[in-house]
Design a protein around this ligand. Structure first.
Ligand SMILES: *Cc1c(COP(=O)(O)O)cnc(C)c1O
Length: 210
């Protein structure tokens, strides 16, 4: 089933777009099936669950997509290749600090709250550019782009304005910051997200449910 799902998803995803299989509440065997089907990017939304799951087996790239608490930052930096859900300057500074201790440059995205109903977390659109300016000088984080969660809706078209807004926010921030990654789009709306410029989509049900 998972292999079939991956094949179907890949038919709809252009080469340059990274598929992150979001494996929260899925077993390690399900993760392994997704990896065997060719997905090298696995996402989790809780540090504790990821710590337990990936003690022996590690996918090529691990992504943190859920809200991150400051007291979990040290473990998160040890574990994850990309943290999508950085939602405050305070959190980013803590990540920088812990990454420094571990001699790592942690790649991060800033989560933007394009819709107040979709998520409690994220920078409001008006303050993203200022946050980028504050964080760009930190040496142990590397700001790779932006992430957003669109509201649950009656159809994928309803999500389009939120995806478009994220891309516009990115485009308006000075190019030299190299914010290349736009992490947006989930199982119900990833095709619209890709049309609006997503470079990374986060799929749970489309991969793991049949
Ligand atoms: C669970 C989750 C996803 C995947 O959601 P699906 O609708 O199952 O594709 C994507 N992003 C985040 C932040 C999630 O928590």
């Amino acid at each position: 089933m998972i292999a079939d799902n991956v094949r179907k998803v890949k038919e709809h995803v252009p080469k340059g777009v990274v598929v992150v299989a979001v494996a929260k509440n899925r077993s390690l065997n399900e993760v392994k099936a997704a990896v065997a089907a060719g997905l090298n990017n696995i996402g989790e939304n809780r540090v504790q669950e990821a710590l337990l799951k990936y003690s022996d087996f590690r996918p090529e790239k691990l992504h943190m997509v859920g809200h991150l608490q400051t007291n979990k930052v040290k473990d998160a930096v040890k574990l994850f290749d990309l943290i999508h859900s950085v939602d405050s300057v305070h959190l980013a500074r803590e990540i920088d600090k812990q990454a420094k201790n571990l001699n790592k440059v942690q790649e991060i995205l800033l989560e933007v709250k394009t819709s107040p109903e979709a998520s409690k977390f994220g920078f409001s659109p008006e303050v993203v550019e200022q946050a980028v300016k504050e964080l760009i000088c930190l040496r142990n984080i590397k700001l790779r782009g932006l992430m957003t969660i669109a509201p649950l809706s009656r159809g994928p078209e309803e999500a389009r304005p939120y995806f478009r807004q994220l891309r516009e926010i990115r485009d308006n921030i000075n190019e030299q910051n190299e914010l290349n990654v736009l992490s947006m789009g989930m199982s119900d709306d990833f095709e619209v997200a890709i049309e609006e410029g997503a470079t990374m989509i986060r799929l749970g049900r489309a991969i793991f449910e049949g």
